[in-house]
Ligand binder design. Sequence first.
Ligand SMILES: [Zn+2]
Length: 61
Amino acid sequence: MFEKNKNDKKPIIQTSGYNGSEPTRTCPHCGKDKPLSDFGYRKMNKDTDEVRNQSWCKKCR
Ligand SMILES: [Zn+2]
């Protein structure tokens, strides 16, 4: 698990692997391992700039 830090504005990224050039993540919808660039990001909270990756890949969305 990640340690929580109130002042940490780094994106919260959930990954499951690494394909040699970027982290990968399994899409819960299609079940495929895809690079994070296939998921995209969304800003969760405009006050804290918290950023998370999307849970589904672009194709499933
Ligand atoms: Zn998918």
